[in-house]
Design a protein around this ligand. Structure first.
Ligand SMILES: Cc1cc2nc3c(=O)[nH]c(=O)nc-3n(C[C@H](O)[C@H](O)[C@H](O)COP(=O)(O)OP(=O)(O)OC[C@H]3O[C@@H](n4cnc5c(N)ncnc54)[C@H](O)[C@@H]3O)c2cc1C
Length: 435
């Protein structure tokens, strides 16, 4: 039996791998490199289009729990991420090229996976998993719309942060540290005095934005808001957001600075850094002008400027079930960001769950039941929750998981207890071979 998977992104690669590992022939169809989305640049699979971080790695953190569940479930993406880890304090950040290269190599060399390089423009015959991502090509978007009988899509913007070379940072004005000195000193911290910060915020507010083509709605996605939009929301918004100084002491003064821009390693070599949380839609010369006002970045060399892109996702609660499948046809499933999960790890998790569910349906065995006490199950139940009226994409968070049902003192302890409960369920499912 052959299963078609469309899109070799994070969700598609995970789905293809899980199906192949369960003995299915997989036809993985990817339009790169013949056709590229506005954010994809490499021919490799599972390309990280923006940050090189898969976010927090502690169990008190919901995305840390989701990652640990995926590790235990033998996720391809997590295995390759671990193998290409770069230091990033309490986060799992990767060398983006090493990571994508390894995923590509594993997929291409799997005896059960055949890669087809073409743009898919209509929904193929079932069984199929569609994982064409937030930048699904126009023809495929139209085909999916037709398939659902004109069901409306929502489009809005995501924003990506600029990259600069390490050697162009003035390290006389910056220092290495992680917030609260947790973990290794992985971040380059660029401090700002009050007058520097106020001038910077003013410049951001008035800097020229790039024109926006093809969208009537300039709605900004709250989870990935451009810095210029934050600056316009109030003088202190950035100081409480990406420029937060708490937990960082400038070794020169021994004091917490007024504001801090943090830079994180973007490749294993440490030659390229990204401006953490600095997604932006400013015109490129304006980015150079305004970001060079950060004292340590007065001569910054930009490897890539920040950009903004479309994000396409389904109204999943109306369309999909908790296995990411079409409610009308269980052998047509969707996975990844287009289902309304938000983020690299979440996209991976949906690819995993869609694939193992599809495999069970095809084998005639019970479909694995990931309850809402697990992060992976909670996410699937969130996107298929019919009680949600106006559906918005969601990162994993403890709020969508089942509560503990008993009191635990302190938020971190409570989250840890939720995480331990979840991992015990996953371990039991693995022991009893129900996955
Ligand atoms: C600009 C941008 C920045 C983002 N930044 C972050 C971030 O920093 N951190 C984070 O956690 N998440 C981020 N996201 C959100 C999301 O996590 C990523 O987009 C993630 O890559 C989604 O995984 P996916 O597998 O759903 O899609 P993708 O990884 O995009 O994979 C989809 C694949 O399908 C292919 N494809 C598209 N149409 C067709 C077609 N018709 N036929 C064949 N192939 C096709 C594409 O070429 C692509 O390879 C960002 C999203 C965008 C758009």
């Amino acid at each position: 039996m052959t299963v078609t998977v469309i899109g070799a992104g994070l969700a598609g690669c995970e789905a293809a791998w899980q199906l192949a590992e369960r003995g299915f022939e997989v036809r993985l169809v990817e339009m790169k490199p013949t056709k590229m989305t506005p954010a994809h640049h490499s021919a490799d699979f599972a390309e990280l289009v923006c940050s090189n971080s898969l976010r927090g790695d502690r169990l008190e953190n919901a995305v840390g729990l989701l990652k640990e569940e995926l590790r235990r479930l033998k996720s391809l993406i997590l295995t390759c991420a671990e193998a290409n880890r770069v230091e990033a304090g309490g986060a799992l950040a990767v060398d983006r090229y090493g990571f994508s290269g390894m995923v590509t190599e594993k997929i291409r060399s799997h005896p059960k996976i055949t890669v087809v390089e073409e743009e898919v423009t209509k929904i193929p015959e079932a069984p199929v998993i569609i994982a064409t991502g937030p930048l699904t090509s126009d023809a495929m978007s139209a085909a999916i719309q037709d398939y659902f009988g004109g069901q409306k899509y929502m489009s809005f913007f995501d924003a990506a942060a600029p990259l600069i070379t390490f050697e162009s940072i003035d390290m006389e004005k910056a220092w290495f540290a992680s917030r609260y000195d947790r973990g290794d000193a992985d971040y380059v911290n660029c401090s700002m005095e009050k007058d520097e910060y106020i001038a910077f915020v003013e410049a951001l507010k008035t800097a020229e934005e790039a024109p926006v083509h093809g969208f009537e709605d300039k709605h900004v996605f709250e989870g990935c808001m451009p810095v210029e939009v934050m600056a316009r929301r109030g003088e202190d918004t950035l100081r409480y957001g990406p420029m937060k100084p708490v937990g960082l002491k400038d070794p020169k003064t021994g004091k917490e600075p007024y504001a801090v821009v943090q830079l994180r390693k973007d490749n294993a070599l440490g030659s390229v850094y990204n401006l953490v949380g600095f997604q932006t839609h400013l015109k490129f010369p304006e980015q150079k002008r305004v970001f060079s006002m950060i004292p340590a970045l007065h001569d910054a060399e930009f490897v890539r400027y920040g950009v903004m892109h479309r994000n396409t996702f389904l109204d999943s609660p109306r369309l999909l079930d908790r296995y990411y499948a079409d409610r009308r046809n269980p052998l047509v499933a969707f996975a990844g960001q287009m289902t309304g999960v938000e983020g690299y790890v979440e996209s991976t998790a949906s690819g995993y769950l869609a694939a193992v569910s599809m495999a069970a349906k095809l084998q005639g065995t019970p479909v694995p039941d990931f309850p809402k006490q697990t992060a992976i199950g909670a996410l699937a139940q969130y996107i298929s929750d019919t009680s949600i009226g106006s559906f918005q994409p969601m990162n994993i968070n403890f709020g969508i998981m089942d509560p503990l049902g008993y009191k635990v003192k302190g938020k971190a302890n409570k989250n840890l207890a939720i995480a331990e409960r979840s991992l015990a369920i996953i371990d039991q499912m693995l022991r009893e071979h129900t996955i």
